[in-house]
Design a protein around this ligand. Structure first.
Ligand code: AQP
Length: 343
């Protein structure tokens, strides 16, 4: 117990004066524009005002079948991409989820506090399992692992796209229930969802969100895609026939999606941007140019990092060490609260 008390006082523990941010991204395929505008853009901003923990959540990728070699490669490439988009490892903690085994340990404990009915209500599970040949139990319990990721670090804020809001609500419920049953243990986090581009839609089917693992090559813009190809996809984006440029996500989902993308890349309010256009052609041309110029420096930085990936491994190991220090301390409290031996 003396040892555990010492651990619980490590300076790495959350200070009540510092906002802690945590977020993760799955290495399930090449990062798409929605990931970038809905989440990673905020990650980069947040790292300068909060103690930020960013994680490549490789264990979440296992919820759907993965080729081990491909997963190994995409995990490293995703870490490189996070550096290329502007995550600065001197101010933020960047690490790989499976390097910190406390995530899975806590996930099990939380799984035992969340009900089958709560998990069954998760719309992402329904979406991802509907047409799948094989539905893993992990896909079903995945929100408990996500809750563990967040709660381990006393996170105050979790920057995510709109699609993750429901999982965040469940995380809040899990934390609140645990605290009231076992005593104050977890910070109850809140989702921070961007004002624009919180749900970037598929360019060919603007009623469904852009996704990295969906088979919609013409509807998905990849962050590392050849820029001429990016412009072409935007010029071919599905709109509608009345040729009126108006921000109305329900009535005009295709046009509104383009306005949201333009707004996220250049600033400005999507409804006001709409006033500058009276035809789809010029709007599409401006969106294409804005996205290309947004992605160009990211692609250049990525090419430099990919040419010499040697430093990335060391940097991820250092990030995991920092994350582990916090996670170990939190698990001492959690184990104690649950009546498990404290190591
Ligand atoms: N279309 C989107 N618009 C805005 N934000 C989005 N995000 C994902 N798609 C959009 C946000 O990106 C972050 C990382 O997502 P993830 O990799 O953890 O999983 P996801 O939400 O399931 O994203 P994908 O691209 O759809 O991946 P797959 O196809 O593997 O499921 C999250 O904050 C998410 O909100």
């Amino acid at each position: 117990m003396i040892w555990s008390a010492q651990r619980a006082q490590t300076p790495a523990l959350a200070s009540p004066l510092v906002t802690r941010v945590f977020s993760g991204i799955k290495p399930t395929g090449p990062v798409q524009l929605g990931n970038m505008l809905g989440a990673l853009r905020t990650w980069v901003e947040d790292q300068h005002r909060a103690d930020s923990f960013y994680c490549v959540v490789d264990l979440h990728a296992l919820t759907i079948p993965q080729d081990p070699e491909v997963l190994r490669r995409t995990t490293l490439e995703l870490a490189q991409l996070l550096l290329a988009v502007g995550i600065d490892p001197t101010v933020a903690t960047l690490f790989i989820q499976s390097d910190v085994s406390e995530h899975t340990e806590l996930a099990w404990m939380l799984e035992c506090t969340v009900s089958f009915g709560e998990l069954r209500r998760m719309t992402q599970f329904k979406d991802k399992s509907d047409d799948a040949e094989f539905v893993s139990a992990g896909l079903f319990t995945y929100p408990a692992l996500m809750a563990a990721d967040i709660l381990l670090y006393d996170s105050d804020e979790v920057p995510v796209g709109e699609d993750q809001r429901q999982h965040l609500e469940l995380t809040r419920d899990i934390a609140t229930r645990f605290n009231s049953r076992f005593g104050e243990t977890f910070v109850v986090p809140r989702a921070t969802v961007p004002k624009v581009a919180a749900r970037v839609m598929d360019l060919q089917d603007p009623t469904r969100k852009m996704s990295k693992s969906d088979d919609s090559p013409q509807g998905t813009i990849l962050v590392l895609e050849e820029l001429g190809q990016v412009a072409k996809k935007i010029r071919r984006a599905v709109t509608d026939t009345d040729n009126e440029v108006r921000f109305d996500p329900v009535g005009k989902p295709g046009v509104s999606n383009l306005l949201s993308i333009l707004s996220a890349c250049t600033g400005g309010d999507p409804a006001q941007l709409a006033d500058q256009y009276d035809q789809y052609g010029p709007l599409k041309a401006d969106v294409a140019e804005a996205v290309v110029e947004y992605l160009r420096p990211i692609q250049e930085r990525y090419a430099e990092l990919a040419a010499d990936p040697s430093g990335v491994h060391a940097l991820l190991a250092a990030g995991a060490d920092r994350a582990r220090a916090l996670a170990e301390a939190k698990m001492i409290t959690v184990r104690d609260r649950l009546g498990l031996p404290v190591r």
